[in-house]
Design a protein around this ligand. Structure first.
Ligand code: AMP
Ligand code: AMP
Length: 321
């Protein structure tokens, strides 16, 4: 498949923010700036953010009232890109929060395909280009993943600025290791000291890609993803889970999968939904009580209860789908 098919407009970043500003001005998007703070748990950074407007976001979508069947034109950034539309999130967490939404209905419970992954990678590069900012893509898959809409959508958000002190923990893992080779017995990266299983594959560096003489293609992304998904499916099988749930996060440097056992953390009447952003360390709450709850319980502890035990150090021959 030709690379050109995945090219986005040169000025994609500008197009995004112009569409966002217009949608806010005309009230198609209600965006309220948030308050946040950085928590450091043994060197792992978490950003805790409170956004009151999140209470207006629908918690469960349905096929009958599917907002992605015909997205609002005012929210649409690119009408046709490969097999997708590029649409702004109506209930954004940060400015320019957007999504790749499949043009035709595809279930959110299906795994990402090589084309999904290649389109995601190119969209990340286009969103980063010339902006001095980094974005991440995420995909909440399965009933306990924090997903709310059944129509396939991959979301994109800007990472917090370096000046906030937030560093996504997979960045540190990827920096400390050579690129992942999905066909070998090399294990994906996993931090021992986090209380939940997570599987990180580092991509080759730009210099390594240049030496190979070709960019990362659909096949490479497909192999990375399948290799991580195998580890997730092993855990699901061992725990007799019939409908697997996981979070997927990707930047221009790595991809990560996190198997999920529960979508919500509960404490008495308090209910805290956690999706892919949360497993990356970006924890979002809708009100002050939940904010205090996360601080009191600790974000890493909470994630430990919503995932499966860490498998760091267990070799793949003992541990294969
Ligand atoms: P998830 O919760 O991962 O399934 O993501 C679904 C996203 O769709 C949420 O972040 C919502 O904010 C967003 N959303 C819900 N309704 C609409 C809509 N009508 N147009 C655009 N985005 C929407
Ligand atoms: P709920 O509507 O109760 O499902 O909760 C809001 C959703 O936002 C949950 O799925 C959360 O996991 C998700 N979320 C948590 N942190 C973030 C974040 N930093 N950015 C976007 N969404 C988030």
């Amino acid at each position: 498949m030709s690379e050109d098919k995945f090219a986005l407009p040169e000025n994609f970043g500008k197009l995004l923010s112009q569409t966002f500003d217009k949608a806010v001005e005309t009230d198609y998007i209600a965006f309220t700036p948030s308050t946040s703070e950085i928590l450091d748990v043994d060197g792992v950074k978490f950003q805790l953010t409170q956004i009151d407007s999140l209470s207006r976001r629908p918690t469960k979508g349905s096929l009958d009232a599917n907002p992605f069947a015909n997205p609002e034109p005012e929210l649409t950034v690119v009408q046709s890109y490969v097999d997708y539309r590029i649409v702004l999130n109506k209930f954004p967490v940060v400015r320019d929060h957007f999504m790749l939404v499949t043009s035709k209905f595809v279930s959110q419970d299906t795994p990402l395909t090589p084309v999904d992954l290649q389109a995601t990678y190119h969209t990340l590069l286009a969103a980063n280009k010339g902006t001095g900012e980094r974005h991440f893509a995420f995909f909440n898959c399965g009933p306990e993943s924090g997903a709310s809409q059944p129509h396939k959508h991959i979301q994109f958000m800007r990472l917090p600025a370096l000046s906030t002190g937030f560093v996504p923990f997979p960045d540190l893992l990827a920096m400390s290791s050579p690129a992942f080779i999905p066909t070998s017995t090399q294990e994906p990266l996993q931090r021992k000291d986090l209380p939940f299983a997570h599987f990180v594959a580092a991509f080759p560096s730009p210099a390594e890609i240049a030496a190979l003489g070709q960019g990362l293609d659909e096949e490479a992304f497909g192999l990375y993803f399948i290799s991580l998904l195998q580890r997730v499916m092993t855990i699901m099988r061992e725990n007799d889970v019939s409908s697997p749930s996981y979070n997927f996060v990707m930047t221009e440097k790595w991809m990560m999968l996190v198997p999920r056992s529960l979508g919500y953390f509960t404490d008495g009447d308090l209910l805290l939904g956690v999706n892919s952003c949360g497993v990356l360390g970006l924890v979002l709450v809708k009100n002050r009580m939940l904010y205090e709850l996360v601080k009191a319980k600790g974000p890493a502890e909470i994630l430990g209860q919503l995932g499966f035990p860490n498998t760091s150090g267990i070799a793949s021959d003992e541990y294969h789908y």
